[in-house]
Design a protein. Structure first.
Ligand code: ZN
Length: 413
């Protein structure tokens, strides 16, 4: 296995500790030494001169849709599986090219896209982030992802979500996805502004349906995320033990109390990139003014809600639902800027959330998302200082080196 010594860098180790000048030694897939000043160099190890750049943990995307093809929902539904798999593979490379070395999938648009991609990445046959694989979102009739309409040929199967009404249908869907090899499950517990007949403030999934999903998920050791915009949907998710809460847009005081009480076991991700881009670019890309307005209204709520979450010590992670025409693949790091500009997080807080806490959501705390002896060597070398200008992470040319599992994916110069 290859050994590398990375010199002449300022190290942001992911914990929030101030960046320091030092060196890092990588042996095989792991970091073996992190030193302030010169490290002891294994004889003959190749040296990567960081030229004064910032060495940081690889970024983690907490709301990834590698199979979303930069199309809106109806067009996703109509994409044939052959094209869809190739697009998914290309998106995985794009994500790694952007310095994201891990992805927590927030759903795959067809049942096996994530599962097959993950297998190929782990075998080293295609480049991509470390992936926790998900299946199609489980929704209910009229919920987010039910793209059917009564006057059209009824296409319940081809939608990018699975429509599962009632606990038995939910159990069967979860069992099927477990059989196919997913790590994660996604439940669309609330509606959504503009993309489902039930709005964002409506809780569409019943307690019985959520309980049925959790019952099988526990049997099969699947981790569960929920699309939860309404306050009641967050409460229901927490009551049933859902671990990852997406959006939480309309969280009220009672919801914030419940999230705070569960803060050691739950993660929240607002998925800002998608909402922000719908508000900013939706109309220009053919969406209705109503849709853009709904997104803008949600952003306003997010600003207040997430400021309060930050103060309460709730883990809030970047990860923005990228994969739509408004927020295409390759623009993931926009979320980091939005954390600073919209939510009032400091750059350091944002990067801790995107690295150390990202390692936690990936289920490998202390091993992923940190630059520390013994941690996996997922590293990014940035030409510049993202702690003073977080927007530079959106510029791929500034990512001089990207390493995953100790292997160089990119090394410029
Ligand atoms: Zn999503």
């Amino acid at each position: 296995m290859a050994t590398h010594v990375i010199t002449n860098v300022r190290i942001f180790d992911g914990t929030g500790r101030e960046a320091f000048a030092g060196e890092v030694v990588v042996d095989g897939t792991r970091i073996t030494a992190v030193t302030a000043g010169a490290a002891q160099r294994p004889a003959g190890a190749p040296v990567i001169d960081g030229q004064g750049g910032t060495l940081m943990p690889g970024l983690v995307e907490a709301h990834a849709h590698l199979s979303f093809p930069d199309l809106f929902s109806d067009a996703i539904t109509r994409l044939p599986v052959e094209e869809h798999m190739l697009i998914t593979v290309r998106n995985a490379k794009t994500m790694l090219d952007c310095g994201y070395t891990s992805a927590f999938s927030a759903a795959s648009a067809k049942p096996r896209l994530d599962v097959v991609l993950k297998r190929e990445i782990e075998a080293g046959r295609v480049p991509g982030p470390r992936l926790l694989a998900n299946g199609p979102e489980l929704t209910v009739t009229g919920g987010l992802g039910d793209t059917n309409a009564m006057h059209l040929p009824y296409d319940v199967e081809p939608t990018f979500c699975w429509i599962t009404d009632g606990p038995d249908a939910v159990r069967k869907a979860v069992r099927t996805l477990a059989r196919e090899g997913v790590d994660l499950l996604k439940l669309n517990i609330s509606g959504d502004g503009g993309t489902s007949s039930a709005g964002a403030d409506v809780t569409v999934m019943t307690d019985e349906e959520i309980a049925a999903a959790m019952e099988i998920a526990r049997q099969r050791h699947l981790r569960v995320a929920g699309h939860c915009r309404s306050a009641d949907s967050v409460m229901a998710a927490l009551a049933h033990g859902v671990e990852v809460i997406y959006h939480a847009t309309y969280a009220d005081e009672r919801t914030l109390d419940a999230l705070e009480a569960a803060r050691d076991r739950v993660f929240v991700a607002p998925a800002l990139g998608h909402t922000w881009s719908l508000a900013e670019r939706g109309v220009g890309l053919g969406l209705s003014q109503k849709r853009a307005d709904a997104a803008a209204a949600e952003l306003d709520h997010c600003r207040d809600t997430y400021g309060l979450m930050r103060k309460r010590g709730i883990r809030v992670l970047p990860g923005g639902d990228y994969g739509f025409p408004t927020s295409p693949h390759g623009t993931y790091a926009k979320d980091l800027e939005l954390f600073v500009d919209l939510l009032g997080f400091s750059a350091t807080e944002t990067l801790v959330a995107a690295t150390k806490q990202g390692g936690e959501i990936m289920g490998r705390p202390g091993e992923l998302g940190v630059v520390a002896p013994g941690a996996l060597a997922d590293l990014v070398l940035v030409d510049g200082d993202p702690l003073t200008d977080i927007a530079i992470l959106q510029d791929r040319a500034k990512l001089r080196m990207i390493m995953k599992d100790g292997a160089l994916h990119k090394h410029a110069g």
